[in-house]
Design a protein around this ligand. Structure first.
Ligand SMILES: [Zn+2]
Length: 365
């Protein structure tokens, strides 16, 4: 009997912690070239400058955060710290969240967790081709409307004139591309960009064009102020672009990276009565993985389901004011409660009190 009991004990005791490490290359096309060549580091959206090991650590943290989000919902009725946190970030008016509210939050975390673990369809079930993950905008090759148009194989595209004669077309000659340029201009105008200039970008891995803003000579999405990360579903396989500033570089210089781990020992939340209030805010404790985790909601559920009316909210204080409709569609809200609850679970207890973030900063005792 003894060996059997021992064995059963071991299995029960160890199984929750022994989740096989996930490899990001199973889910994404990702270039992880750890070259030291300054120009090559940034080429083709390379992620290798962050280090393969760092990237996989971030990837595994995304899984942990999704699982923590699910646990948070499951603890709602049994643990006051779970209900305080959820009721603060996802509000159902002045009432506690209903079972329907909870089911939606849980389902959202679950969709992300399942995709990270098993892959399959994403973008609300509409996409199936393995997506791309980039760590700079250099996967996009900037073109002008006057450049020759290429087909999916990168060969010159032929068009026909009214007389039926074939000619080598420029991008501007192709009606669909003119239309795409106009649509993108319209969208940017609606988003508040004045006189937007839209240019074609060639995506060589997929043999298609994307139309986006012109950010300036030798510049791109990641060099524009305020750009952190983006997920798009226009190309056959969707893409996530993480900019260096959202991957722990303080000034965008790739040599200046600082990956902050989840539950980083240097970032232990302080007690409510500690003097430095600034360091106690949840947004000072974000792990580097929070950005990729956030983008996964856009990837898995699609951008339509994950952008609330009036746009996404990233500011912690503003997030805490969102009503149910907006909060439940705001990826950063999910990301914040997952990070917060991870700290609550792992920061220990003092006199029966845990570290909590339902106010946006640490409270304890
Ligand atoms: Zn977002």
């Amino acid at each position: 009997m003894l060996p059997f009991r021992l064995c059963a004990f071991l299995v029960l005791g160890l199984s929750p912690a022994v989740h096989a490490a996930l490899d990001i290359t199973d889910r994404f096309h990702i270039l992880l070239d750890e070259t030291t060549d300054k120009d090559q580091k940034k080429a083709n959206g390379n992620c290798g400058w962050l280090g393969k090991a760092n990237f996989n650590a971030i990837w595994n943290e995304c899984f942990t955060l999704a699982e923590t989000g699910i646990k948070l919902v499951d603890d709602f009725h049994s643990k006051p710290e779970a209900s305080r946190l959820l009721n603060a970030f996802f509000k159902n008016g002045d009432d506690p969240l209903t079972d329907n509210n909870l089911a939606l939050i849980r389902g959202t975390f679950e969709a992300v967790r399942d995709w990270v673990e098993k892959g399959g369809r994403y973008n609300y079930g509409e996409s199936v081709e393995k997506p791309y993950l980039y760590c700079f905008h250099t996967w996009l090759e900037k073109k002008t409307m006057q450049d020759l148009a290429w087909d999916t194989e990168g060969r010159n595209l032929m068009e026909e004139n009214p007389a039926g004669d074939g000619f080598v077309a420029t991008i501007e000659d192709v009606a669909d591309y003119r239309e795409a340029q106009k649509n993108q201009e319209e969208q940017l105008r609606e988003a508040g960009v004045k006189n937007p200039k839209v240019v074609p970008y060639w995506v060589k891995q997929q043999g298609v064009y994307i139309f986006d803003q012109y950010y300036g000579k030798d510049k791109g999405y990641c060099t524009s102020t305020g750009s952190g990360a983006a997920t798009q579903h226009v190309t056959p396989a969707s893409t996530i672009t993480l900019c260096p500033t959202s991957l722990g570089t303080t000034n965008g210089a790739l040599s200046n990276k600082r990956v902050v781990k989840l539950r980083s020992p240097g970032l232990t939340p302080k007690r409510r009565d500690a003097t430095q209030v600034g360091d106690q805010q949840l947004n000072k404790l974000y792990p580097t993985s929070i950005t990729l985790f956030h983008e996964l909601f856009h990837l898995v559920l699609g951008n339509e389901e994950t952008v609330p009316d009036g746009g996404e909210v990233y500011d912690l204080d503003e997030m805490l004011k969102l009503d149910w409709d907006k909060a439940s569609q705001n990826p950063e809200t999910y990301a914040n409660v997952a990070v917060a609850y991870d700290y609550t679970i792992h920061s220990g207890e003092k006199n029966g009190w845990k570290v909590e973030f339902y106010t946006g900063y640490t409270t304890q005792g």
